[in-house]
Write a protein that binds this ligand. Structure first.
Ligand code: FEO
Length: 393
């Protein structure tokens, strides 16, 4: 259903209630998502972003409820990832003379995806396009979260359309932040930040400072996923400023896998040590946990404690994706430690410690290894490890 945000500006996107995995199978989306596209009817007709390709019919139908799609003069492609550009071919079939407005890197990426001789207009930060009563103003936002990413601002209506930034994978019946459950909204906004934007945190801070220094009035922030921030729209900007500093809570996350319960018992003993020292923790058996939810908890916590039995002279394969995420997401201000049971060679703890060091997590205590089934002394060492980590926190 089309929603008018303000006179002459319409949400014409799609709610995807069913999607449970995004980026292929990489990112869990327990609450679905939306692909937000915005139609502006001024003297010129403008579409800002499209929707994922499988939903192109719905997009064209939505546009048609407001205006004949053939009347579109300008399509802004803020970002070429196909959840936003996937319906460009369908839109351009209806409006073949429309100009496609992109950043320089966006042109490369859109051309690379679609191989079409569309009429491109490349814009850079500060460029304006007059569309009648109002202007579109562009701000390049490279690495937020792709090199091509760009924000579009609509003067007169004071709407910032920052594409992926400030978004959430959150399917909802209503379109605005003040109409939805606030806990759910912030859970999804944080999960999105932690899993997608964490490695670009320093750029997030700089970009926010740059946009704020323009002194633009902002009545709405309309991202490309989830709800539109209209009630106190800068609240999500302030949250991003806080999250981008990566100042974790005084808490710990224990991440482990286990074959015959030995490493699980060690995880619980470490948790006991943390708890008796007054530090809250969450423990995740990764083989049965959602990786992206675990990463969200890692984002919040100061300490990451990773455990695996030794398996084929390495760690259990289920641990590897989390270790890869710790590396790729470039978490800051973390401390860490490792643990694990073993039967013969016992390399897992050393491997995890090396990995944590490479991820710039400061090792604050020697890891604990336990051979065969744990003895009381092994579990006592685990409790001590928990206490040492608690002191370091
Ligand atoms: Fe980077 Fe929502 O795509």
């Amino acid at each position: 259903m089309v929603v008018e945000l303000t006179k002459g500006v319409y949400w014409v996107g799609v709610i995807d209630w069913a999607i449970r995995k995004f980026h292929g199978q990489e990112l869990s989306t327990h609450r679905g998502s939306s692909y937000n596209a915005y139609l502006i009817t001024d003297e010129k007709t403008v579409l800002v972003d499209t929707v994922w390709g499988p939903f192109h019919d719905q997009l064209i139908k939505n546009i048609g409820e407001v205006v004949d799609p053939a009347k579109i003069d300008i399509v802004v492609a803020n970002h070429a990832e196909v959840d936003h550009s996937g319906s460009l071919p369908a839109v351009m079939r209806h409006a073949p003379k429309a100009t496609v407005v992109v950043s320089q890197r966006g042109k490369e990426s859109v051309e690379g995806h679609f191989h079409q001789p569309w009429d491109f207009k490349v814009v850079k930060t500060g460029d304006k396009i007059n569309i009648g009563k109002n202007d579109l103003v562009f701000v390049e936002a490279p690495m937020l979260h792709w090199p091509d990413s760009m924000f579009t601002y609509l003067t007169g209506k004071n709407i910032l359309m920052p594409n992926d930034a400030f978004g959430q994978h959150y399917a909802t019946a209503f379109r605005f932040n003040d109409q939805v459950d606030q806990e759910e909204l912030y859970e999804e906004a944080l999960k999105y930040y932690a899993n997608i934007l964490t490695p670009f945190s320093s750029l997030v801070l700089k970009k926010i400072d740059e946009v704020l220094s323009l002194n633009l009035a902002v009545d709405m922030i309309a991202p490309s996923h989830g709800v539109i921030w209209r009630e106190d729209p800068l609240q999500i900007v302030k949250k991003y400023q806080q999250w981008a500093k990566q100042e974790p809570e005084n808490s710990a996350v224990i991440i482990y896998d286990t074959m015959w319960e030995g490493t699980r018992l060690m995880a619980e003993a470490i948790g006991h040590g943390l708890m008796t020292a007054g530090i809250p923790y969450k423990a995740f058996h990764v083989a049965v946990s959602d990786r992206n939810d675990v990463i969200t908890e890692v984002f919040k916590a100061r300490a990451i404690i990773v455990g695996s039995p030794t398996f084929n002279q390495g760690v259990l394969p289920t641990i590897a994706p989390v270790l890869e995420d710790l590396k790729g997401l470039k978490f800051q201000n973390k401390i860490g430690a490792a643990f694990g049971s073993y039967g013969w060679s016992g390399e897992s703890v050393k491997i995890i410690e090396e990995h944590l060091s490479n991820c710039k997590s400061q090792l604050v205590a020697a890891g604990v290894r336990a051979k065969w089934q744990q003895e009381p002394d092994d579990l006592a060492k685990c409790r001590e490890l928990g206490q040492k980590i608690a002191q370091a926190i």
